[in-house]
Design a binder for this molecule. Structure first.
Ligand SMILES: NC(=O)c1ccc[n+]([C@@H]2O[C@H](COP(=O)([O-])OP(=O)(O)OC[C@H]3O[C@@H](n4cnc5c(N)ncnc54)[C@H](O)[C@@H]3O)[C@@H](O)[C@H]2O)c1
Ligand SMILES: O=C(O)C(=O)C[C@@H](O)[C@H](O)[C@H](O)COP(=O)(O)O
Ligand SMILES: [Zn+2]
Length: 361
């Protein structure tokens, strides 16, 4: 169990294998005050894991099934959830369960944050990536002009992480989720990064994966306990996301996964960090070569010109007074925030494209 003690609310992240029933029985203090329970999920999750959820969940519930993946983080789906809750006569005493990956979690959290000005919710993550998204209370939907542009900081009452749900994840989602694990290592611990890079992300046993997910969750829990609303150190969790979100948004939400896009952004940030005397080219290359060997889709960068990516980067939530801010590394494990001008941004974009072109020859 990991305790997440944010300024607004403290809660637990429970880890286990096939333990949904026990986990929810242990959360009776939270569930007993709920007049109704509404499970929000998406069609892929419900198809892959709905029967298991239904068999194990110990209380009566209604379910609302959203379109699969990133498509559910839209204004239309947000509105559809609110309509469903109103038609079902949900009240301020109702409880939402977000059963799915980061997309379902982000949308459901925002629905919970705003329905009747806020009702409780519990995260039940079903992806590797959601060791990150289910913790820390960033909830959001996308806008065509930018990723996660509309949202709220709103903490769950608890997170129930049942590793058994990960068994049906497709390869692309293993890759996507492991990016955030690697990000957590990059901002906290070089030895852990090297340990991760000594193995294929596709070969972990349940216990090994659970170990890395708990380490990642702990890194995140420590940071959000210090800075819930991203005034300072929480920005470090955004390593790779300025360029990564731009790639993700430019590719049309859902075409490149979040983690695949962020991995491209991580290499961009390592190249940028080099320019400030942080990491060495050798270190950048070892992460890049590792990511290539794990089939991250670096070729996608060639589909977008720098100006298109820049227009998205300029809407990044870390940008202040018209200036771009990147999270960089002074060394592996030591992040900091740096203002970067457009010319330098472009220079590094060129470097990244060169690296990718050389790598694909
Ligand atoms: N709030 C945060 O702090 C935070 C952190 C990181 C990422 N995010 C957000 O999370 C989202 C990405 O989350 P994600 O990677 O979990 O993607 P996702 O929720 O889109 O899930 C990925 C795909 O896998 C399917 N899926 C999920 N669980 C499955 C399972 N167990 N078996 C089979 N299929 C399954 C989904 O339907 C979807 O098609 C992005 O929108 C990103 O912006 C938020
Ligand atoms: O929790 C955070 O803080 C993060 O930045 C975690 C990121 O992995 C996540 O993708 C987050 O949603 C990005 O936030 P945004 O503020 O850039 O939309
Ligand atoms: Zn992310």
């Amino acid at each position: 169990m990991i305790r997440v003690a944010t300024a607004s609310h403290a809660y637990n992240v429970l880890f286990g294998h096939s333990f949904l029933r026990e986990a929810f029985e242990s959360l009776a203090d939270i569930t007993r005050t709920a007049d109704r329970i509404f499970v929000l999920t998406d069609e892929n999750v419900w198809k892959a894991q709905g029967d298991t959820f239904t068999a194990a969940f110990p209380l009566p519930f209604e379910v609302y099934v959203l379109p699969g993946g990133e498509a559910c983080k839209s204004f239309d789906q947000y509105n559809a959830c609110q309509t469903f809750l109103l038609q079902q006569r949900a009240t301020r005493k109702s409880l939402i369960i977000a059963f799915g990956g980061g997309a379902v979690g982000d949308l459901s959290g925002f629905v919970a944050a705003t329905f009747m000005r806020g009702i409780p919710f519990i995260q039940v993550p079903t992806t590797i990536l959601a060791h990150d998204s289910a913790v820390g209370g960033k909830t959001a939907i996308n806008h065509p002009l930018g990723k996660n542009m509309i949202g709220a900081f709103y903490q769950p009452q608890a997170v129930v992480y049942d590793i058994a749900f990960l068994k049906t994840l497709p390869e692309q989602e293993i890759r996507s989720g492991m990016t955030e694990v690697i990000k957590h290592a990059l901002i906290s611990d070089e030895a852990w990064l090297n340990e991760l890079m000594s193995r294929s992300i596709y070969d972990y046993s349940d216990d090994e994966l659970s170990h890395h997910l708990q380490k990642g969750t702990q890194v995140k829990a420590n940071i959000v306990a210090e800075d819930e609303t991203e005034q300072s150190v929480r920005k470090y969790l955004n390593l790779g996301h300025t360029y990564g979100h731009a790639i993700e948004a430019a590719s049309g939400y859902g075409n490149l996964s979040h983690g695949e896009s962020v991995m491209i952004g991580l290499i961009y940030c390592l190249l940028l960090s080099e320019q400030y005397g942080g990491v060495t080219r050798e270190q950048t290359m070892s992460v890049y070569r590792y990511a290539q060997s794990q089939r991250y889709p670096f070729d996608a960068v060639a589909k977008f010109d720098f100006e298109t990516l820049l227009s998205y980067m300029q809407k990044d939530k870390k940008a202040e007074y018209g200036e771009l801010q990147f999270v960089l590394l002074s060394k592996i494990g030591e992040p900091y925030v740096q203002k970067v001008d457009v010319a330098q941004c472009q220079e590094v974009d060129v470097l990244l494209r060169q690296l990718i072109a050389e790598g694909s020859q």
